[in-house]
Design a protein around this ligand. Sequence first.
Ligand SMILES: Cc1cc2nc3c(=O)[nH]c(=O)nc-3n(C[C@H](O)[C@H](O)[C@H](O)COP(=O)(O)O)c2cc1C
Length: 720
Amino acid sequence: MLRRLHAWPGIALAILLLAVAGSGALLATQPLAERLVAGAEPARSVAQIADQASHAVPGIERLERHASGLLIAYAEQGAVRISPLDGTVLGAYEPSPLYRLSRDLHRALLMGEPGHALVGIGALGMLLLGVSGLVLLARRQGGWRKLASPVRGDTVSRWHNRVGRALLPVALLFGVSGAYLSAEHFELIAADQDREPAFPTSLAQGAAAPPTELEGLLRVPLGQLRELEFPLPGDTQGAYTLRTADGDGYVDPVSGELLGYLPHSPARRLHEFIYRLHSGELLGAASPLLGLAALGMPLLGFTGALLFLRRRHSPASPVTQASAESADCVLLVGSETNGTWAFAQALQAALTTSGRRVHGATLKQGAREYPAARELLVLTATYGDGDAPQSATGFLDRIEHLRLPEDARFAVLGFGDRRFPRFCQFAVDVDNALAERGLTRLLPRRDMEATHPQDFATWTGELGDALGVSLAVGDVDRPRPQLHLRLMERQLHAAPGDVPLVVLRFAALGQATHHQPGDLLAVYPPGLHAPRQYSLASDSRDGLLDICVRLRPGGLCSGYLHSLRLGDTIEATLQPHRAFQPQPGDAPLILVGAGSGIGPLAGFTRHNSRGRPLYLYWGGRIPQSGVPFQHDLDQALADGRLSLLRTVFSAGRQPAYVQERLYEDAAQLRQLLEAGAQVLVCGGRDMAKGVQRAFDELLAPLASSVEQLRTEGRYREDLF
Ligand SMILES: Cc1cc2nc3c(=O)[nH]c(=O)nc-3n(C[C@H](O)[C@H](O)[C@H](O)COP(=O)(O)O)c2cc1C
């Protein structure tokens, strides 16, 4: 709902806001341009400048001072610029036609009153966009406190959110001040601009004194002046009309007395303040910065439109959709990279064909009440360390408020990856929570991997039987990869009798990526339905994406990656892996890996810029194959980013596994663990079991265990 409130006004007002922002950007340069022309303003009184100007401009009628300090004298012959230093004429004053056009465009789109109204609506729209954008961003970042943390996502959404966040204060400032000025224009708010002081009923008689002798003008500093109207020559009933920043009045040309002075009302002061805020005058020489900010608007509009179009074509908007109120079958989906959506879409189509009225939504955005539902079907992935994927956050907390008819039944299908210790854990939690909430199961929960679509066919067969219909589920579309990568470097580590490892370095084509070591690169080999994930060894700052791949016997994806030549391109998607990152801080890191598991560990070492103590244990098979990333690791050892490197080979001259080195260094490692060290393990499951046993033994004298460290987030694994 909120997203629609953000997207639709954005699309509807895009062109209007672009015109207003563009002209506003130009107008924001005006105070600075005028200031440059006006020059520095000395400390002097209005009396002095009025006196000098009246000599320099015969028949002067009016002296006007812009907030920028520009002084303009008007006489019958025309308008001239006046030097604030000595009142001499600097040249003719011609208001810039470009600024005039920009002003008309900015205030009324060159359309008179209807244009004024549209601009007012635009200002309100900008406010709405700013506020809804702020709330959406807070949600996306995972709370208000994380609003300032780095924005993640693909290039388009990152730019949209980053620029939006940076421009938010400006959007709110212009939105509020623009709406206020429009409301004043349509007299919805009083500005008291037309309130004039009463002209004095009696003036002193006698000869007019020069301005330098008039107390009423001597007391006003030049910086306060807005406008001074001169009395007509020879008019004995005339007086100076003085308008200042604080109020207006008349100055008797004979006695010099200030008469009928009327200070500005609070409404008028507020108007002045808001006007100066909106025009950038309050910022002085920095006003073009506001203009620069306004120029960020086209970028926001462009990226916003791309996101809007993408979302409309994303699988999250199923083809046939019953409303939440009328649906008899509710399909809720938890997904992070849209793979589960592809299955849900195929299911929704089949259920609809079988005559069900299906309502599909994410677990996060689903309604609170489904009054007509007979079945609730949940398809959900698991992320992090057994946690909810992004489109399902908060669902478990909302389950107790979910309102369904008493006889509604449910079924849960979990999507996961068996390489993670908590396989399909979130689906398990959802299934249990729905049962605890008192709902009846239509089917027992099933868990599957997206790489095994036959399991999906089995489940939909069982579902069809339970519903008493035959479900004809069509092909599941492969999720679209987000990145095209070109292979730039390739380093093979192979020796007779060893399983080859290859380090591949890719460049992203046509877009910047945002990633850190430990994140996953999901690679889509041609002809395979689901991607295979590889841990990244590089950070965005490296400019390239590095992975280390072990050739698996019969492995389609690893075979494909090993066969790549320099210049070949592949398709892939980035997947953040928050559960496998070093904790922030200075506590020591103990990195343990085997085989291709060295990838992210080498990446953490490379980017250990804070110089925290870092100990790396790695196990390979045959020494002749070499150590992947050896060059990087040597450099890190030399400059102190790496404190210790221990390599071990299971088929070397002294065969050993990596955990044996851990036992050898027990005393030192125990000290590190006592000092709060964090352990990160990457590699195969068997290695991980041995490593866990070693750490459990190391930790026993400290009355601690790997389980204890896990709960503190100090023992993390990335296993395959
Ligand atoms: C960073 C990351 C963490 C994951 N954590 C788990 C996990 O703890 N348990 C699990 O069974 N699967 C886990 N998975 C696998 C996903 O659940 C699985 O690939 C799923 O099919 C993705 O579906 P989606 O494309 O709809 O997001 C994880 C995947 C990634 C990329």
